[in-house]
Design a protein around this ligand. Sequence first.
Ligand code: 4AD
Ligand code: MG
Length: 477
Amino acid sequence: MPEGGLGRTKINIMEKVIRTKVKDLLKTQPGVQVLAKGWVRTKRGNKNVNFIALNDGSTINNIQIVVDVAAFDAELLKKITTGACIAARGQLVPSMGSGQAVEIQASEIEVYGEADPQVYPLQKKGHSLEYLREIAHLRPRTNTFGAVLRIRHAMAFAIHNYFNNKGFVYLHTPLITASDCEGAGQMFQVTTLDLDKLPRTAEGAIDYAEDFFGKRTSLTVSGQLEGELGAMALGEIYTFGPTFRAENSNTPRHLAEFWMIEPEMAFYDVHDNMDLAEDFIKYLVSYALEHCADDLKFLNDMYDKELISRLESVVKTDFVRLTYTEGIKILEESGEKFEFPVYWGVDLQSEHERYLVEKHFGRPVILTDYPKDIKAFYMKQNEDGKTVRGMDVLFPKIGEIIGGSERESSLEKLNARIDELGMGRESLEWYLDTRRFGSAPHSGFGLGFERLLLFVTGMANIRDVIPFPRTPKNAEY
Ligand code: 4AD
Ligand code: MG
């Protein structure tokens, strides 16, 4: 290994000490020379001895560096302030203080980057989440965002693990598309046309033949339609990628750019679909409890004293399953005053979903068989002619976390629905080929990744579980 390669810069030429991550240092037996690198969280002490709490992002916990003031240049120590980046070498010794088993008795310190205390925005005191949103480029340096981002990573990893173990194929669906999967018209248009000089057809309409793709295109709202093509060939697939919705909802549960996981399975009916959804969420929550214990404990102590017990309880309880019609009946008979009135046919609001989950049942709920008019065109039509085989998973504090359905596999019925909705079949012929050739019963769903993270981290605002949130009037960084 060349000297200084792979970030393993040595701070002392004579002794080849390699950097150890804080997470590993805290598990190391004392009595060895070590090298730590990271950002200073705090420095305290007196004229004889300083204590530096150093964090490198590998864990919520800090390593304490003990500095014998007399042994160091006073100018160097002055530069070690909250936010500065340093390397510290020394002996790992048992810690006298409480809170940590080991600490570093520093023999050498190098300051990589100072952080002027007059202007560095993250000082020792806790900052509000609202304030941190305004400095989203620096908030990963806080304990809270370190925890959230490590949990986000662990969940992404666990998702791939889950499906890989089950033999699902990870299918990459396009981000740029010419179809509106959900039919909700909330798409961000993608164009290279000059907006000041739009080409026009003879009739005066915008001439998309001149556009980059030769037709009107947008960012995808869902990878499902392409996912179905995958399932009709590979059996079981999943997608996991960003999706985009230009819905002007400034709520704590909506993003304009969010990540979605969409499994799609041949030969699954709606019940198999529900079984998979429930098992999947339980796996992810158990994974977090097992692998993110330190971070969850921090969030539990700081923000939400019931977080860990809520997570544990979800893993153990069966989700309630009932039809939309039964759900509406419960809401109508509840005597509760809702902001949005309840009647059969209404698209449920989050207040309704949360009433069912939090007040009525006290556990997650899966609602099925929704009125066809509030659901997308592709859902399997029931015999009653009024409802479709949709299924939404509703969670405490969040409302809808998963939306899915069994798909309409009959070409005839699907065509009829597309016509009924006035959608135009031409742009969907490729999709309809799945029904034309070798059609099969199949199902799938979409899990909103950030909604899952809201549940797992206990954060209350979706802007706080994604590194760089995109919301109406905000595309900072
Ligand atoms: O219910 P939705 O719209 O379903 C679909 O897109 C289907 N094509 C999925 C499928 O069957 N393959 O969205 C699925 C999930 C929601 O339940 C929610 O968790 C999340 O995506 N979601 C959002 N998350 C954050 N911000 C938004 N604006 C979201 N819109 C939907
Ligand atoms: Mg939905």
